[in-house]
Every structure is written in C-alpha cells, then in structure tokens.
Ligand binder design. Sequence first.
Ligand SMILES: [Mg+2]
Length: 122
Amino acid sequence: MNHKILICDDEDTIRETLKFILGDFYSLFLVNSVEQALYTLENNTDIQITLLDIKMPKGKKLDALKEIKSRFPHIKIIMITGYRSVETAAEASRLGAVGYIVKPFKAEEILETVRKVTVLPS
Ligand SMILES: [Mg+2]
C-alpha cells in the first residue's frame, strides 16, 4: 500500500468500479468534484497519482487537468474519458497527463496503466 491514488469522477459507478479494481493494491481517495480533488491533494501531500475524469460538471474538458497540474505539478495524472479522441489525448499529454484511458475500460487496462505510472520518475 505504498502508493496513494486520488480518483476524481462525478459518476458514482465509475468511482466504485475503480475502487473495486484498485482498492486491494493502493490507498484510495475518492471524490466527485474538482474542488474536493484540490482540497484532498492539498491535505494529503503524499498522493502521487490522480485518475481524473476528463469531463467534470463545472468547466470545460481538460480544465480540471490544467488546474490540478498548475497547483500540484508533481501529481501524475491519468485521464479517464468517455470517447476516444487522438486530438484530446494529445492535448492532455501536452498539458502534462501521463496516461489516457477510454471508457468502458477493462480491469487489466487500469492496473497496467497505473503500474506504469508508479514507476515513472517524479
Ligand atoms: Mg464526468
């Protein structure tokens, strides 16, 4: 349980699914708003990874990524998205995201992506 992961998604089922997949291997923080994500990161400085829904209720696509990255540059962010878009994936990567997962995802895909990210240098 070394790695701490923040999961930020406004859909209950996505948060619960990710918790089910990752919960045995990582310490998780689950939130459903960007405000809560920022608050949680501020108060838990040992969180290294965030799984972030690309479209949260407030703000445009990728706004949350920009905001988290500007305030917490060291956080490794994996985007979760509802549709595959090469342009959006490229833009997310340019803004500092280190992973991009398209729903519906498989458990192995999540575990593999997170595992890869945990070994990246900070
Ligand atoms: Mg959403």
